[in-house]
Design a protein around this ligand. Structure first.
Ligand SMILES: *Cc1c(COP(=O)(O)O)cnc(C)c1O
Length: 355
Protein backbone atom coordinates (compact mmCIF):
# COMPACT_ATOMS: atom_id res chain seq x y z
CA UNK A 1 0.00 0.00 0.00
CA UNK A 2 1.26 3.48 -0.80
CA UNK A 3 2.17 5.45 2.33
CA UNK A 4 1.14 9.08 2.52
CA UNK A 5 3.71 10.72 4.79
CA UNK A 6 2.28 13.62 6.82
CA UNK A 7 4.93 13.64 9.56
CA UNK A 8 5.84 17.08 10.91
CA UNK A 9 9.59 16.47 11.22
CA UNK A 10 11.68 14.69 10.29
CA UNK A 11 9.34 14.57 7.36
CA UNK A 12 8.85 13.72 3.74
CA UNK A 13 11.69 14.50 1.32
CA UNK A 14 11.59 14.24 -2.45
CA UNK A 15 12.24 10.70 -3.75
CA UNK A 16 14.95 12.37 -5.84
CA UNK A 17 16.73 13.43 -2.62
CA UNK A 18 16.51 10.03 -0.97
CA UNK A 19 17.67 8.15 -4.08
CA UNK A 20 20.57 10.46 -4.85
CA UNK A 21 21.67 10.60 -1.22
CA UNK A 22 21.68 6.81 -1.14
CA UNK A 23 23.73 6.70 -4.35
CA UNK A 24 26.24 9.22 -3.03
CA UNK A 25 26.61 7.26 0.19
CA UNK A 26 27.50 4.17 -1.83
CA UNK A 27 29.65 5.84 -4.46
CA UNK A 28 29.92 9.58 -5.01
CA UNK A 29 29.73 10.33 -8.74
CA UNK A 30 31.71 7.21 -9.60
CA UNK A 31 34.84 8.20 -7.65
CA UNK A 32 34.78 4.86 -5.84
CA UNK A 33 34.29 6.43 -2.39
CA UNK A 34 31.31 7.34 -0.25
CA UNK A 35 30.46 10.99 0.39
CA UNK A 36 30.81 10.04 4.09
CA UNK A 37 34.44 8.99 3.80
CA UNK A 38 36.07 11.83 1.93
CA UNK A 39 37.57 14.94 3.48
CA UNK A 40 35.26 17.89 3.81
CA UNK A 41 38.13 19.85 2.26
CA UNK A 42 38.40 17.57 -0.76
CA UNK A 43 37.59 19.15 -4.10
CA UNK A 44 34.54 16.89 -4.40
CA UNK A 45 33.00 18.05 -1.12
CA UNK A 46 33.96 21.69 -1.66
CA UNK A 47 32.02 21.52 -4.93
CA UNK A 48 28.98 20.15 -3.06
CA UNK A 49 29.14 22.96 -0.49
CA UNK A 50 29.56 25.65 -3.14
CA UNK A 51 26.72 24.39 -5.29
CA UNK A 52 24.38 24.12 -2.29
CA UNK A 53 25.17 27.69 -1.23
CA UNK A 54 24.82 29.07 -4.71
CA UNK A 55 21.49 27.30 -5.27
CA UNK A 56 20.09 28.80 -2.06
CA UNK A 57 21.32 32.18 -3.21
CA UNK A 58 19.67 31.72 -6.57
CA UNK A 59 16.39 30.20 -5.36
CA UNK A 60 15.81 32.78 -2.61
CA UNK A 61 17.44 35.65 -4.50
CA UNK A 62 19.75 36.37 -1.59
CA UNK A 63 21.13 39.91 -1.92
CA UNK A 64 24.75 41.07 -1.61
CA UNK A 65 26.07 41.32 1.93
CA UNK A 66 24.57 38.04 3.09
CA UNK A 67 26.26 34.71 3.77
CA UNK A 68 24.83 31.23 3.75
CA UNK A 69 25.99 28.87 6.48
CA UNK A 70 25.45 25.18 7.08
CA UNK A 71 26.00 24.39 10.76
CA UNK A 72 25.36 21.46 13.05
CA UNK A 73 23.09 21.60 16.06
CA UNK A 74 19.79 22.14 14.25
CA UNK A 75 17.52 25.11 14.78
CA UNK A 76 17.76 24.80 18.57
CA UNK A 77 21.44 25.75 18.50
CA UNK A 78 20.41 29.00 16.82
CA UNK A 79 18.16 29.82 19.79
CA UNK A 80 21.39 30.51 21.70
CA UNK A 81 23.69 31.60 18.87
CA UNK A 82 21.36 34.47 17.92
CA UNK A 83 21.40 36.23 21.31
CA UNK A 84 25.06 35.36 21.89
CA UNK A 85 26.00 37.22 18.72
CA UNK A 86 23.39 39.97 18.52
CA UNK A 87 22.05 40.89 21.94
CA UNK A 88 23.84 43.69 23.71
CA UNK A 89 21.13 44.49 26.26
CA UNK A 90 17.65 43.89 24.98
CA UNK A 91 15.79 41.86 22.35
CA UNK A 92 12.13 41.53 21.39
CA UNK A 93 10.41 38.18 20.83
CA UNK A 94 7.01 37.30 19.43
CA UNK A 95 5.74 34.26 21.29
CA UNK A 96 3.69 32.18 18.88
CA UNK A 97 4.30 28.67 20.19
CA UNK A 98 6.62 26.15 21.83
CA UNK A 99 9.59 26.82 19.56
CA UNK A 100 9.22 30.57 19.95
CA UNK A 101 9.04 30.09 23.74
CA UNK A 102 12.22 28.06 23.67
CA UNK A 103 14.00 30.75 21.68
CA UNK A 104 12.79 33.38 24.16
CA UNK A 105 13.98 31.32 27.12
CA UNK A 106 17.52 31.12 25.72
CA UNK A 107 17.61 34.84 24.99
CA UNK A 108 16.74 35.58 28.62
CA UNK A 109 20.13 34.10 29.57
CA UNK A 110 21.89 36.95 27.76
CA UNK A 111 19.93 40.06 28.65
CA UNK A 112 16.44 41.48 28.67
CA UNK A 113 14.28 39.30 26.44
CA UNK A 114 10.97 41.09 25.98
CA UNK A 115 7.93 39.09 24.99
CA UNK A 116 6.15 41.73 22.88
CA UNK A 117 3.04 39.61 22.44
CA UNK A 118 1.91 36.05 22.94
CA UNK A 119 -0.96 33.91 21.69
CA UNK A 120 -0.64 31.51 24.60
CA UNK A 121 -4.05 32.62 25.96
CA UNK A 122 -5.74 30.63 23.18
CA UNK A 123 -3.22 27.81 22.92
CA UNK A 124 -1.26 29.59 20.18
CA UNK A 125 -4.11 29.29 17.69
CA UNK A 126 -3.53 32.71 16.15
CA UNK A 127 -0.78 35.21 15.32
CA UNK A 128 -0.83 38.27 17.62
CA UNK A 129 -1.16 41.61 15.87
CA UNK A 130 -0.91 45.27 16.83
CA UNK A 131 1.92 44.85 19.31
CA UNK A 132 4.55 47.48 19.96
CA UNK A 133 8.26 46.93 19.59
CA UNK A 134 10.66 48.53 22.10
CA UNK A 135 12.67 51.03 20.02
CA UNK A 136 15.92 50.15 21.78
CA UNK A 137 15.77 46.38 21.13
CA UNK A 138 18.82 44.97 19.36
CA UNK A 139 16.63 42.70 17.22
CA UNK A 140 13.12 41.29 16.86
CA UNK A 141 12.74 37.50 16.70
CA UNK A 142 9.80 35.75 15.06
CA UNK A 143 8.92 32.16 14.23
CA UNK A 144 7.36 32.35 10.79
CA UNK A 145 5.69 28.95 10.88
CA UNK A 146 4.51 27.36 14.09
CA UNK A 147 4.92 23.70 13.28
CA UNK A 148 3.01 22.44 16.31
CA UNK A 149 0.05 24.84 16.21
CA UNK A 150 -0.43 25.34 12.46
CA UNK A 151 -0.12 29.12 12.29
CA UNK A 152 2.09 31.04 9.92
CA UNK A 153 3.29 34.59 9.27
CA UNK A 154 3.36 34.58 5.50
CA UNK A 155 4.41 38.15 4.85
CA UNK A 156 7.86 39.63 5.29
CA UNK A 157 7.42 42.10 8.15
CA UNK A 158 8.76 45.63 8.04
CA UNK A 159 10.32 46.47 11.38
CA UNK A 160 12.65 49.30 12.40
CA UNK A 161 15.33 46.95 13.75
CA UNK A 162 17.12 43.75 12.79
CA UNK A 163 14.57 41.04 12.06
CA UNK A 164 15.53 37.46 12.95
CA UNK A 165 13.33 34.60 11.81
CA UNK A 166 13.16 30.93 12.69
CA UNK A 167 11.86 29.54 9.39
CA UNK A 168 12.52 25.89 10.15
CA UNK A 169 9.23 24.65 8.80
CA UNK A 170 8.46 27.06 5.98
CA UNK A 171 11.80 28.00 4.46
CA UNK A 172 11.72 27.30 0.68
CA UNK A 173 7.92 27.07 0.71
CA UNK A 174 7.34 30.58 -0.64
CA UNK A 175 9.41 33.35 -2.24
CA UNK A 176 10.50 35.93 0.29
CA UNK A 177 12.29 39.22 0.52
CA UNK A 178 15.54 38.22 2.23
CA UNK A 179 16.59 41.87 2.48
CA UNK A 180 14.00 42.39 5.24
CA UNK A 181 15.88 40.01 7.54
CA UNK A 182 19.15 40.13 9.45
CA UNK A 183 19.11 36.39 10.05
CA UNK A 184 16.94 33.61 8.67
CA UNK A 185 17.58 30.19 10.11
CA UNK A 186 16.01 26.78 10.01
CA UNK A 187 16.56 23.18 10.97
CA UNK A 188 16.84 21.15 7.76
CA UNK A 189 14.48 18.30 8.59
CA UNK A 190 11.17 19.90 7.61
CA UNK A 191 11.69 20.91 4.00
CA UNK A 192 15.28 20.19 3.02
CA UNK A 193 17.40 17.36 4.36
CA UNK A 194 18.03 14.97 7.26
CA UNK A 195 18.03 16.46 10.78
CA UNK A 196 21.00 17.85 12.69
CA UNK A 197 21.76 20.54 10.12
CA UNK A 198 20.78 24.20 10.26
CA UNK A 199 20.77 26.56 7.31
CA UNK A 200 21.52 30.16 8.21
CA UNK A 201 21.25 33.18 5.93
CA UNK A 202 22.91 36.09 7.66
CA UNK A 203 23.69 39.71 6.85
CA UNK A 204 27.26 40.29 7.85
CA UNK A 205 26.96 43.93 8.94
CA UNK A 206 24.81 43.08 11.98
CA UNK A 207 27.71 41.22 13.60
CA UNK A 208 30.50 42.46 15.86
CA UNK A 209 28.34 44.79 17.94
CA UNK A 210 28.27 42.94 21.28
CA UNK A 211 30.84 43.24 24.06
CA UNK A 212 30.74 39.73 25.44
CA UNK A 213 33.32 37.14 24.48
CA UNK A 214 31.79 34.58 22.12
CA UNK A 215 33.03 30.98 22.18
CA UNK A 216 34.69 30.35 18.81
CA UNK A 217 32.30 27.62 17.69
CA UNK A 218 29.30 29.88 18.41
CA UNK A 219 30.65 32.94 16.62
CA UNK A 220 28.95 33.54 13.26
CA UNK A 221 31.95 35.56 12.08
CA UNK A 222 34.20 32.53 12.43
CA UNK A 223 31.83 30.39 10.38
CA UNK A 224 31.51 33.07 7.71
CA UNK A 225 35.31 33.44 7.54
CA UNK A 226 35.73 29.68 7.21
CA UNK A 227 32.88 29.07 4.79
CA UNK A 228 31.04 26.76 7.26
CA UNK A 229 34.27 24.72 7.55
CA UNK A 230 35.59 25.92 10.90
CA UNK A 231 34.74 22.47 12.18
CA UNK A 232 33.71 19.44 10.14
CA UNK A 233 30.21 20.22 8.89
CA UNK A 234 27.46 17.56 8.71
CA UNK A 235 28.52 16.33 5.27
CA UNK A 236 25.72 13.87 4.53
CA UNK A 237 22.87 16.27 5.42
CA UNK A 238 24.54 18.97 3.30
CA UNK A 239 24.88 16.55 0.39
CA UNK A 240 21.24 15.67 0.83
CA UNK A 241 20.23 19.34 0.98
CA UNK A 242 21.98 19.84 -2.34
CA UNK A 243 19.76 17.16 -3.89
CA UNK A 244 16.61 18.87 -2.61
CA UNK A 245 17.83 22.23 -3.89
CA UNK A 246 18.45 20.75 -7.34
CA UNK A 247 14.98 19.23 -7.21
CA UNK A 248 13.47 22.59 -6.25
CA UNK A 249 15.19 24.33 -9.15
CA UNK A 250 14.08 21.62 -11.53
CA UNK A 251 10.47 22.01 -10.34
CA UNK A 252 10.53 25.65 -11.39
CA UNK A 253 11.87 27.20 -8.18
CA UNK A 254 10.22 28.54 -5.08
CA UNK A 255 7.48 30.50 -6.88
CA UNK A 256 6.25 27.35 -8.59
CA UNK A 257 6.46 25.49 -5.28
CA UNK A 258 4.38 28.13 -3.54
CA UNK A 259 1.58 27.79 -6.10
CA UNK A 260 1.36 24.06 -5.42
CA UNK A 261 1.56 24.62 -1.65
CA UNK A 262 -1.28 27.15 -1.74
CA UNK A 263 -3.39 24.75 -3.75
CA UNK A 264 -2.71 21.72 -1.53
CA UNK A 265 -3.49 23.66 1.64
CA UNK A 266 -6.68 25.18 0.19
CA UNK A 267 -7.97 21.72 -0.77
CA UNK A 268 -7.47 20.37 2.72
CA UNK A 269 -8.73 23.44 4.61
CA UNK A 270 -11.85 23.43 2.41
CA UNK A 271 -12.58 19.85 3.36
CA UNK A 272 -11.99 20.50 7.07
CA UNK A 273 -14.35 23.49 6.92
CA UNK A 274 -16.95 21.55 4.92
CA UNK A 275 -16.91 18.21 6.74
CA UNK A 276 -19.17 18.38 9.83
CA UNK A 277 -16.97 15.88 11.67
CA UNK A 278 -13.88 18.10 11.65
CA UNK A 279 -12.91 21.64 12.58
CA UNK A 280 -9.74 23.65 12.13
CA UNK A 281 -7.85 24.76 15.24
CA UNK A 282 -6.88 28.05 13.58
CA UNK A 283 -9.97 30.14 12.90
CA UNK A 284 -8.54 33.17 11.16
CA UNK A 285 -7.77 32.11 7.60
CA UNK A 286 -4.98 34.67 7.32
CA UNK A 287 -3.09 32.89 10.11
CA UNK A 288 -3.45 29.36 8.75
CA UNK A 289 -0.21 27.59 7.91
CA UNK A 290 0.37 26.21 4.43
CA UNK A 291 2.76 23.66 5.89
CA UNK A 292 1.12 22.19 9.02
CA UNK A 293 -2.63 21.87 8.94
CA UNK A 294 -4.08 21.23 12.40
CA UNK A 295 -7.64 20.03 12.93
CA UNK A 296 -9.83 18.38 15.52
CA UNK A 297 -12.94 16.26 15.63
CA UNK A 298 -15.98 18.50 16.29
CA UNK A 299 -17.48 18.20 19.77
CA UNK A 300 -20.27 15.80 18.84
CA UNK A 301 -17.82 13.33 17.21
CA UNK A 302 -15.04 13.76 19.79
CA UNK A 303 -15.09 10.10 20.84
CA UNK A 304 -14.32 9.02 17.26
CA UNK A 305 -10.81 10.45 17.22
CA UNK A 306 -9.03 7.12 17.72
CA UNK A 307 -11.36 5.49 15.16
CA UNK A 308 -10.45 8.07 12.55
CA UNK A 309 -6.73 7.61 13.21
CA UNK A 310 -7.08 3.85 12.79
CA UNK A 311 -9.23 4.26 9.67
CA UNK A 312 -6.73 6.69 8.13
CA UNK A 313 -3.79 4.51 9.02
CA UNK A 314 -5.52 1.57 7.34
CA UNK A 315 -5.54 3.67 4.18
CA UNK A 316 -1.85 4.48 4.26
CA UNK A 317 -1.93 7.83 6.10
CA UNK A 318 1.15 8.18 8.29
CA UNK A 319 1.99 10.83 10.88
CA UNK A 320 -1.38 12.61 11.13
CA UNK A 321 -1.75 12.41 14.90
CA UNK A 322 -1.65 15.95 16.30
CA UNK A 323 1.07 17.11 18.68
CA UNK A 324 0.18 16.30 22.29
CA UNK A 325 -0.18 20.00 23.16
CA UNK A 326 -2.94 20.48 20.57
CA UNK A 327 -4.47 17.01 20.19
CA UNK A 328 -6.51 15.95 17.19
CA UNK A 329 -4.71 15.76 13.88
CA UNK A 330 -1.96 17.49 11.99
CA UNK A 331 -1.26 17.00 8.31
CA UNK A 332 2.08 18.43 7.28
CA UNK A 333 2.06 19.41 3.63
CA UNK A 334 5.69 20.24 2.96
CA UNK A 335 7.12 20.83 -0.52
CA UNK A 336 7.81 17.15 -1.15
CA UNK A 337 4.28 16.01 -0.31
CA UNK A 338 2.41 15.31 -3.54
CA UNK A 339 -1.03 16.77 -4.20
CA UNK A 340 -2.13 13.17 -4.61
CA UNK A 341 -1.46 12.52 -0.90
CA UNK A 342 -3.60 15.49 0.11
CA UNK A 343 -6.40 14.20 -2.12
CA UNK A 344 -6.05 10.74 -0.55
CA UNK A 345 -6.45 12.25 2.92
CA UNK A 346 -9.50 14.24 1.81
CA UNK A 347 -11.05 11.07 0.36
CA UNK A 348 -10.36 9.32 3.66
CA UNK A 349 -12.16 12.09 5.55
CA UNK A 350 -15.13 11.92 3.18
CA UNK A 351 -15.42 8.17 3.47
CA UNK A 352 -15.19 8.33 7.23
CA UNK A 353 -18.02 10.84 7.22
CA UNK A 354 -20.19 8.44 5.14
CA UNK A 355 -19.44 5.57 7.49
C1 LIG B 1 11.48 21.63 14.36
C2 LIG B 1 11.62 23.04 14.74
C3 LIG B 1 12.67 23.51 15.55
C4 LIG B 1 13.70 22.59 16.16
O1 LIG B 1 14.58 22.10 15.24
P1 LIG B 1 15.82 21.21 15.74
O2 LIG B 1 16.57 21.00 14.48
O3 LIG B 1 15.25 19.97 16.35
O4 LIG B 1 16.58 21.99 16.73
C5 LIG B 1 12.73 24.86 15.82
N1 LIG B 1 11.81 25.71 15.34
C6 LIG B 1 10.79 25.30 14.57
C7 LIG B 1 9.79 26.29 14.06
C8 LIG B 1 10.67 23.95 14.24
O5 LIG B 1 9.64 23.54 13.48
Amino acid sequence: MKKHNFYAGPSILPAYTIENTAKGILDLDGIGLSVMEISHRSKEFMAIMEEAQSLISELLEVPQGYHILFLGGGASMQFCMVPYNLMQKKAAYLNTGSWASKALKEAALFGKAIEVASSKDRNFSYIPKGYELPADADYFHITTNNTIYGTEIREDLDVPMTLVADMSSDIFSRPMDVSKYGIIYGGAQKNLAPSGLAVIIIREDILGQVDRPIPTILDYRIHIKNGSMFNTPPVVPIFSALQTLRWLKDKGGIGAMEKINVEKAALLYDEIDRNPMFKCTVEDEADRSLMNICFLMTDEYQELEADFLAFASGRGMVGIKGHRSVGGFRASTYNALARESVVALIDTMKEFEKK
